[in-house]
Design a protein around this ligand. Structure first.
Ligand code: SF4
Length: 488
């Protein structure tokens, strides 16, 4: 499909909106109209008698729709908004589909809700979502509830706060829906990369701790994520956790999370090690409790093993356990997903994070098994069930985000029992303080202490590049001090 951007500069929002309706189509942008043919959307801004005219003309699936709006007074934001309304109107008519999140294409609805509450008050913030952005009442309420749940965490945040993210981009095998850079540890190449990777990671931790100290930053939370950090042996985990604890000032650290991940990596010895290292929050991610679905998506563990891993962690004394579930997995049914939600609740997991399946172009599912792409309607019912049931069982939504190409344009929501919020998830998703990130694929996000400016430092994406380009990568960390001396 070709999308023409004529006479305006709103290509980013235009493309995002088109992707909401056509998440898996090839969308090609053109800035000049020469030979228009095939399926197309022409978005146009021009001036007629001193007024700004915004128009959309779309021809897709043998259907044609037009929409036009006129502004007497021009402003960039009004022009962008009105062009989006024209496009939205045409695409709803062509597809018969109305997105629950309306015109909102951003990945952080609760961040926007928080800002609007601060600027205009609670009621105006909610009505901006429903009246201006055309978000449904229930999604607006969800974003509002998340913003409310974060209030205390925001209040306790300081200008010098930061969190630490440690990336372990290795997994026991690759799940078919995954688009993450993670390496399957079953390949001999990946195995060879792991030892030097751990050594470099420890060096990067020590260097990063120096920057934190030099800039008088205060560590609030640590998160080992992946990939599957659970692939590390007990000794490797201990070595890295000890490196963190010996290098950083842990005096104010409120939370230490280790995403064990898949049940096929979890053993009593590893969990005991984490516990003895004062890890206070772990994640065990079944994704579904349906063995058929687990097999379809290439997870090499059963639902029973996920339950066993959970009970083991409980037995060892972990008091804050997260379980991830995914709505819209291929082969899953609404009933199957409901069972998974019920199971996670019945186990008493303090945190249950419900994701909507996101299919990225690099996942095996998109390239091989397009079966998942018709799951939108079912996924929507699944998410509705999760939201209702978790809420009825005392869970509150406390962080959320959206991804492109998610089934049904749905959202990912972290639910928790009151008082069991994962601080790191809120800090990171709402971008309220700096996250210093180490390891392959990690992205440090520097947040200016006194305004909302964010700057990113990218590490190499893959472990091989990370190991070979380590010295260059370390040089990039100088930017941490430059940033703080500029913005402090
Ligand atoms: S465990 Fe997670 S990161 Fe690893 S392959 Fe599966 S989905 Fe991807």
């Amino acid at each position: 499909m070709t999308v023409y951007i004529i006479g305006h500069k709103f290509h980013f929002e235009t493309e995002n909106l088109c992707r909401m309706f056509y998440p898996n189509s090839d969308i090609h942008l053109e800035y000049e109209m020469n030979d228009v043919q095939g399926e197309y959307i022409i978005t146009k801004m021009n001036t007629v008698d001193g007024n700004t005219v915004l128009s959309v003309n779309a021809s897709i699936d043998g259907k044609t729709e037009n929409s036009e709006r006129t502004l007497d007074v021009y402003s960039d934001s009004e022009a962008e908004y009105n062009l989006a309304l024209c496009l939205y109107d045409c695409l709803i008519k062509i597809t018969g589909y109305t997105p629950a999140w309306g015109l909102l294409t951003g990945v952080r609805p609760s961040k926007l809700m928080n800002r609007l509450i601060d600027e205009n008050g609670e009621e105006n913030a909610k009505s901006y979502f429903t009246d201006k952005l055309l978000v449904t009442e229930s999604k607006a309420q969800l974003a509002f509830d998340v913003a409310k749940a974060q209030k205390q965490i925001f209040a306790e945040n300081r200008h010098d706060s930061f969190s630490l993210y440690v990336s372990i981009p290795f997994c026991p095998s690759r799940c078919s829906y995954c688009s993450f850079v993670s390496h399957s540890i079953t390949s001999s190449n990946a195995k060879k990369l792991l030892e030097p990777y751990i050594e470099n990671l420890a060096k990067e931790l020590i260097i990063t701790a120096e920057y934190a100290k030099r800039n008088e930053l205060r560590l609030e939370s640590v998160y080992f994520g992946g990939g599957t950090p659970g692939i590390l042996s007990a000794e490797q985990s201990k070595f890295l956790i000890d490196t963190v604890k010996n290098s950083f000032d842990m005096s104010y650290c409120r939370e230490f999370t280790f995403e064990s991940g898949r049940a096929d990596t979890i053993t009593r010895e590893k969990l005991l090690t984490l516990k003895s290292c004062s890890v206070d929050r772990i994640s065990i991610n079944p994704q579904t409790f349906d063995n058929g679905v687990l097999e379809t998506i290439g997870r090499k563990h059963t639902a029973e093993e996920a339950v066993e891993a959970y009970l083991l962690a409980r037995d060892i004394g972990f008091e804050s356990i997260n379980m991830d579930l995914i709505a819209g997995l291929p082969g899953d049914s609404v009933e199957g997903f409901k069972n998974s939600v019920d199971k996670a609740i019945s186990l008493g997991a303090e945190n249950i994070t419900v994701h909507a399946l996101a299919l990225k172009r690099s996942s095996n599912l998109v390239t091989k098994e397009n079966a998942a792409l018709s799951q939108d309607a079912a996924a929507s019912l699944m998410i509705d069930y999760a939201n209702k049931t978790l809420s009825e069982n005392g869970y509150i939504p406390y962080y959320m985000y959206r991804q492109s190409r998610c089934v049904g344009n749905l959202e990912n929501v972290g639910w928790c029992l009151p008082g069991k919020e994962c601080f790191y998830n809120v800090y990171m998703m709402e971008e309220i303080h700096t996250v210093l990130a180490v390891g392959a694929g990690a992205v440090t996000k520097l947040k200016a202490p006194h305004d909302n400016l964010i700057e990113r430092i990218f590490n190499y994406k893959y472990p091989y590049e990370y190991n070979t380009g380590f010295n260059t990568l370390v040089e990039r960390k100088n930017r941490i001090s430059e940033f703080y001396s500029t913005y402090n």
